[in-house]
Design a protein around this ligand. Structure first.
Ligand code: UDP
Ligand code: MG
Length: 320
């Protein structure tokens, strides 16, 4: 069993594959720890996989996982983390923007007692408007809404204790919130400044449209980490408040009508009161439904979010 697993998701990174493999081999050569390198080909439609196979040669440290189709960076990472057998798992982007030479410093921080160490791209080499600005805002919001306040949640270069990494349940595009999710699990999270390089070859896989998804994912995280086990508290509170207001309005109007004989026709307030009561009832029932779903959710886990087409381990390669 290796001491360290380096997990690298790659999707249509053909022009980067050769240099990537060489860089990682050089890093693994220098490390005192025994290491395996797990590449996860996320259903690339270019030559990425063939080039990986060629570049890996018969290096016994390199494992290639190939997903059935493009499942997205989060699922690719999850596949690599599930497959990894090291005591420590390092994740890294496969576009040469992260620098594997930073890995020893991440490992040193883990040794100092942290469960998760994430890179901080202090001098980030990405466009300002489409990348750095949205990410600045996102990091501020994540810091304010979760209990993990670090500068750079989005850095692909991270090191985990394997047991923490394997406990993360990742969905959608939640790889950006791994630090927040780990923090929610109770892990000790820290950051260290790392080198960041511009993308020289290949295309970035994300555009500005990711901002909306980040906001929605953040909402989900906040809900799941705060209220997943007690949805009735969120919906119920709103529901009861709405209903109380509605009942008060309807009550006052009722007294006016019955006691004082006032006309209710042409009173828009009546409509509001009825709407509030109905809305409140709906929120309450939604909360109860949520409670039932929460039980299913928590009791039926262990379903992977990916399907693997093929696994190439060193042993399999030797048999060929
Ligand atoms: N990636 C992936 N599946 C996807 C999209 C991206 O495995 O569906 C990989 C990609 O090959 C790269 C990493 O995730 O290794 C980060 O992607 P990218 O560099 O495009 O993101 P950016 O740096 O622009 O945020
Ligand atoms: Mg990149």
């Amino acid at each position: 069993m290796p001491q360290l697993s380096i997990v690298v998701p790659v999707y249509n990174e053909a022009p980067n594959v050769e240099a990537l493999v060489r860089e990682l081999q050089a890093t693994a050569d220098r490390l005192p720890q025994s290491a395996e390198i797990v590449f996860v080909d996320d259903g690339s439609s270019d030559d990425t996989y063939a080039l990986l196979v060629a570049a890996a040669g018969d290096d016994p440290r390199i494992h290639l996982l190939r997903l059935m189709r493009n499942f997205g960076q989060t699922a690719a990472l999850a596949a690599g983390i599930d497959y990894a057998s090291g005591e420590v798992i390092v994740t890294m982007d496969g576009d040469l923007q992260n620098d594997p030479a930073d890995i020893p410093r991440l490992l040193a921080a883990l040794d100092a007692g942290y469960d998760v160490v994430t890179g901080w791209r202090r001098d980030r080499k990405d466009p300002f408007l489409s990348r750095k600005l949205p990410s600045l805002i996102a990091n501020a919001i994540i810091g304010a809404t979760t209990n993990v306040s670090i500068h750079d949640h989005g850095c692909g270069l991270k090191a985990f204790r394997a047991d923490v990494a394997k406990q993360l349940r990742l969905y959608g595009e939640m790889h950006r919130f791994v630090t927040a999710i780990a923090g929610d699990l109770g892990a000790a999270v820290t950051e260290i400044p790392v080198n960041h390089r511009p993308r020289l070859r290949g295309q970035s896989k994300y555009g500005i449209s990711r901002t909306v998804r980040v906001v929605l994912d953040l909402l989900t995280i906040k809900f799941l980490s705060g209220f997943a086990t007690r949805p009735i508290h969120v919906f119920g509170t709103f529901g009861l408040a709405t209903m109380a207001l509605g009942l008060a309005i309807v009550g006052v109007l009722g007294i006016e009508k019955i006691v004082f004989g006032m006309e209710l026709a042409g009173r828009p307030l009546l409509l509001l009161g009825v709407l509030l009561v109905l809305g409140g009832v709906q929120l309450l029932t939604l909360g109860l439904l949520g409670e039932m779903l929460a039980r299913t959710y928590h009791e039926s886990q262990g379903k992977p979010i990916y399907r693997i087409r093929e696994v190439r381990t060193p042993a399999v390669k030797k048999a060929i």
